[in-house]
Ligand binder design. Structure first.
Ligand SMILES: Nc1ncnc2c1ncn2[C@@H]1O[C@H](COP(=O)(O)OP(=O)(O)O)[C@@H](O)[C@H]1O
Ligand SMILES: [Mg+2]
Length: 273
């Protein structure tokens, strides 16, 4: 049986005592999977991410990382398993150069200098930033800053990485770069557990499993195929269908027998026969 990387049990939380923004959420994220959490603005996704990494504490319920329930005593140890990439590339960049930025977490952990250089080079290569190590943030695009942030997270060698709308502020090229890096990370390190909170419904299609949040609750979950089959529910909570599912639904509405197809290529091929 697969280990559970993140287990959330009956967790509720509110910034204000009178208003819960996370309402009795229960979910298990198996290790080595790539899950996405989708949901409208204000549905509680970032709050949930901060609860998972221990930046916020649940008002009730438990969060366990690899079967260990997070508490004040083990918080520091458990956080070593976790990395998070936030939305705003400018708020993430803490160093004077890319190398300094990646070094930041390593310095906190008192990694010896000799080791540090090889780790920095290694993770910079993984995100395609090896030629930017001496560059300052002002000379970088948003996408490059996010790649530096990802390198900084990778340097800490976490087992679980959360991306909280990490591509939301990027241009299409920057978005694609980050998506490609996520795919590459999965290939190179299949043990990693990746949790991506995203508005990018096309990104959700590429994940193993999707959680749909609305008003602080998990309102649906399943494989992309399962989740995008409930078009009405997604519309109700104002989420769009991915391009492929929209097209398929329109074609089915016109009487084309395409219900069995699960990707664009095979569906188009069948129609062209
Ligand atoms: N620091 C905060 N203080 C008070 N309320 C907050 C804070 N951060 C978020 N909220 C509120 O909590 C709810 C959930 O927000 P958030 O988790 O950021 O949602 P999402 O990431 O899905 O957009 C919203 O109503 C938001 O206004
Ligand atoms: Mg958010």
């Amino acid at each position: 049986m697969k280990q559970i990387a993140v287990s959330i049990k009956n967790v509720s939380f509110g910034y204000d005592k009178n208003e819960e923004v996370i309402r009795d959420v229960t979910l298990d994220i198996p290790a080595s999977t790539y899950v996405t959490i989708i949901g409208h603005n204000g549905s509680g996704k970032s709050t949930l991410a901060k609860l998972i990494v221990g930046l916020l504490q649940p008002a009730s319920g438990d969060i366990a990382i690899f079967d260990e329930v997070m508490d004040e005593e083990n918080l520091y140890e458990l956080r070593k398993y976790l990395g998070i990439v936030f939305q705003n590339p400018d708020n993430q960049f803490v160093g004077a150069t890319v190398a300094d930025d990646i070094a930041f977490g390593l310095e906190n952990r008192q990694v010896p200098n000799e080791e540090m250089d090889s780790i920095i080079n290694d993770v910079a290569k993984k995100v395609g930033m090896e030629n930017f190590l001496n560059k300052e943030p002002i000379n970088l695009s948003g996408g490059q800053k996010q790649r530096a942030a990802i390198a900084g997270v990778l340097a800490m060698n976490p087992k679980i990485i959360i991306f909280d709308e990490a591509t939301a502020m990027l241009d299409p090229r920057g978005k694609k770069e980050i998506r490609d890096i996520i795919q590459l990370m999965r290939k190179e390190n299949p043990d990693l557990t990746l949790i991506s909170i995203t508005h990018d419904i096309e990104e959700a299609v590429a994940s193993d499993f999707i959680y749909v949040m609305n008003e602080g609750k998990i309102v649906n979950q399943g494989t992309p195929k399962e989740v995008f089959a409930s078009k009405e529910q997604l519309e109700e909570i104002k989420l769009d269908l991915p391009f492929f599912y929209k097209l398929k639904s329109a074609l089915m509405g016109e009487g084309f027998p395409v219900s069995e197809y699960e990707d664009l290529e095979s569906m188009v091929e069948s129609l062209c026969k």
